[in-house]
Design a protein around this ligand. Structure first.
Ligand SMILES: [Zn+2]
Length: 447
């Protein structure tokens, strides 16, 4: 075994097991080998060859898992700083800014740094331009780079779809893992969605889909009508199968199920406009929903029904979405927004703090199929350990936050309710990806 480094912190929140006061995490190479009280682990490893101890203040948690973002759009913050009256309104501004010239590689790299600086170690990152596809790889972050598939109709897809998308996927550097993101129900023909589901299964690729984000997605899939349908007709897409055929008779979630898109290998983003039947269907299919409440607010959408999701025990994750619709890539700020929403919506269940931290860590890892180590299809040989949790065998991915209280309950409450606790350190695979300024007043540095 390579030498042990013991990371000691006044509070350790392993997620999935109880909080530890004066805890420690023993790391060997890129894996966690033990989690427990500092005194116990010190007695176990303190005499081993090459032993090192790192003393942190504050709270040590698993690295955060941002289960929905587009790092590519990090240079579109001007759009995200606006306020919009709904999805169609925002998408007009987005479209205009998207079509302007960009250095997508630099934009995505900047987003990766912003995520790392706020304790995130793994992301579901959606890209539409190959220059942005290197961001996770180059930054040394974990997660999945999802190639987004959009604006394909059946005839052209049959002629050249798979070859075109395959060529793009092949160019994305690994690690991390590569996945497919069929964009949404309104930007792909039904036949294309069907084929993407089959193809993903053949290739062992995970899928990530925007769903129930726009209020009128349901009208779009049910009857081919509504404001979103009118917008797409104006954009010249009246020949989309759902629009020319008068819809499928099914709401957006049931429609996704009818094309086979709901499976445990798929996770959805947003999930705002869903009823109890939709949520029950998602649970039956084992589909995690990544909630992005701050993005929803900027765009002018309803808040997601987080209290219902929690009460019904739906599998949840958290995403920031991109800077084109959100004020920052700090995942904890979305956790705090979800906490406020849950209370506003009347959620009174116990363990809310624990459940929301879990959604932002282990829940995200589950969404990505990376909660059990390197069994994810497409993982590099050897792969990584489990993400989103501090336990023996897991990846040595963790974050340290400068919480004020040494009491685990208070520290957890501060993390979840404020969303603004500064990040002291972010480690991936046992190595520092970000270390905040030390007391000598130096600028924060990226290692
Ligand atoms: Zn998105």
């Amino acid at each position: 075994m390579t030498a042990i480094t013991l990371h000691r912190s006044p509070v350790v929140l392993p997620v999935g097991s109880p909080a530890i006061r004066d805890g420690a995490v023993a790391v060997s190479s890129n894996r966690i080998v033990a989690v427990g009280s500092h005194d116990d682990l010190s007695a176990e490893f303190g005499e081993s060859t090459g032993f090192k101890r790192v003393e942190w203040s504050g709270t040590l948690t698993p690295g955060l898992v941002n289960a929905h973002t587009h790092l590519q759009y990090s240079d579109m913050a001007a759009v995200g700083q606006g306020r919009y009256s709904g999805f169609e309104d925002w998408s007009r501004s987005f479209q205009a800014a998207y079509l302007a010239p960009h250095d997508w590689a630099e934009s995505a790299a900047s987003g990766a740094q912003q995520a790392a600086r706020t304790g995130t170690t793994a992301l579901a990152d959606i890209v539409t331009d190959r220059a942005a596809g290197r961001a996770l790889h180059d930054a040394g972050l974990h997660g999945i780079t999802f190639w987004e598939v959009f604006n394909w109709k059946a005839a052209r897809w049959r002629a050249e779809g798979r070859e075109t998308v395959e060529a793009e996927i092949d160019r994305i550097p690994t690690p991390p893992v590569v996945g497919l993101s069929p964009h949404a129900v309104y930007s792909l023909d039904t036949d294309v969605l069907h084929d993407l589901v089959a193809w993903s299964a053949e290739q062992g690729l995970r899928q990530h889909i925007h769903a129930a984000e726009a209020a009128s997605e349901d009208d779009f899939t049910r009857t081919g009508s509504g404001t979103l349908a009118e917008q797409w007709r104006r954009y010249g897409h009246a020949d989309l199968q759902l629009l020319s055929g008068g819809g499928s008779g099914l709401g957006a979630i049931a429609y996704l199920d009818s094309v086979g898109a709901l499976a445990p290998t798929t996770h959805l983003a947003h999930g705002i406009y869903v009823d109890a039947d939709d949520r029950a269907l998602l649970r039956r299919r084992g589909v995690t929903v990544a909630l992005c409440p701050r993005s929803n607010a900027v765009i002018g959408l309803e808040p997601p029904p987080v209290a219902a999701y929690l009460t019904e025990h739906s599998p949840l994750a958290v995403g920031t979405d991109s800077l084109s619709s959100s004020p920052s890539l700090n995942l904890l700020e979305d956790v705090a927004a979800l906490h406020r929403l849950a209370r506003t919506q009347g959620y009174r269940g116990s363990g809310l703090h624990e459940r929301l931290l879990e959604a932002a860590t282990l829940g995200g890892a589950r969404a990505l199929g990376q909660n059990r180590g390197s069994r994810t299809p497409g993982a590099a040989p050897g792969g990584t350990g489990a993400l989103g949790v501090l336990e023996p065998g897991a990846a040595a991915d963790f974050a340290v936050f400068a919480t004020a209280s040494p009491d685990p309950r208070d520290a957890l409450a501060e993390l979840v309710e404020t969303g603004t606790t500064p990040t002291t350190a972010t480690y991936v695979d046992g190595e520092p990806l970000w270390l905040a300024a030390v007391a000598d007043g130096k600028e924060n540095s990226h290692v």
